[in-house]
Design a protein around this ligand. Structure first.
Ligand SMILES: *Cc1c(COP(=O)(O)O)cnc(C)c1O
Length: 226
């Protein structure tokens, strides 16, 4: 059996050590436990170890698990996967955060479906930082107009940016995100979230100012291919 509690403690240690090296406070970085493809029982183990923030990537799988775990209302659910427009209602109704918005059309649909909720949906815009054609995320050149449009939606609160860095040069991607984020903060002072860093690269991400690290396999073990 995987000792999820031990894994979380180990990841938290890595986070605090990375923060120390970067001269940051460990309380500035949130650990998002990415539980996609993993069963409810594992999420409960993490919960019993004190974890309250979870990330999911597949809508129907996530909604099934969130429904089973309704008796734990202090869990904060973050959606981090690709978004199809016909899934926006489920996402708006079951999650408190969405990290993976890269189109105005998706933002508008989330905004419209969120109208019956009493709190706005927290969102990050996903940036295609390396400009690779195969990658999801908004291109840097298109980010200002997307930000401008999305900032007008009342049921969404723009919190910041998210990125999945280029595999070959993660550090360069992280640094580019940090620069971009600082520049946009001047225009939108309420931006407070930089979502970057996964199991293999949380240290350089934190060094570049990440405030949410999205950690899956280091907590729950390797995933089967999906
Ligand atoms: C799966 C996933 C993660 C977690 O990746 P690990 O390498 O298992 O830590 C983080 N972010 C996103 C967007 C993911 O899809």
């Amino acid at each position: 059996m995987i000792a999820i509690k031990d894994n979380i403690a180990e990841v938290e240690l890595q986070i605090s050590s990375a923060c120390q090296q970067a001269g940051r406070s460990a309380t500035d970085v949130t650990l998002l436990a990415v539980s996609k493809t993993k069963p409810v029982e594992m999420i409960e183990q993490a919960y019993n170890a004190g974890q309250r923030t979870f990330g999911e990537s597949y809508v129907q799988e996530a909604v099934d698990k969130i429904t089973v775990l309704q008796n734990k209302p202090d869990i904060s659910w973050h959606f981090i996967g690709p978004i199809q427009s016909n899934k926006t209602k489920l996402i708006a109704n079951h999650f408190s955060w969405v990290h993976s918005i890269d189109r105005a059309k998706i933002a508008k649909r989330l905004n419209d479906h969120r109208s019956d909720q009493d709190t706005p949906l927290n969102i990050c815009l996903q940036v295609n930082i390396s400009g690779e054609e195969s990658k999801s995320g908004v291109l840097i050149a298109e980010l200002p107009s997307l930000l401008n449009e999305v900032s007008q939606y009342q049921n969404l609160t723009i919190r910041g940016l998210m990125a999945i860095p280029e595999k070959n040069a993660p550090d360069a991607s992280f640094t580019a995100m940090q620069t971009l984020f600082k520049r946009l903060q001047k225009q939108y002072p309420s931006l407070d979230t930089l979502s970057m860093g996964m199991s293999a690269d949380l240290q350089p991400a934190i060094n570049a100012g990440s405030t949410i690290v999205r950690i899956g396999s280091a907590i729950f073990g390797a995933r089967a291919q999906k």
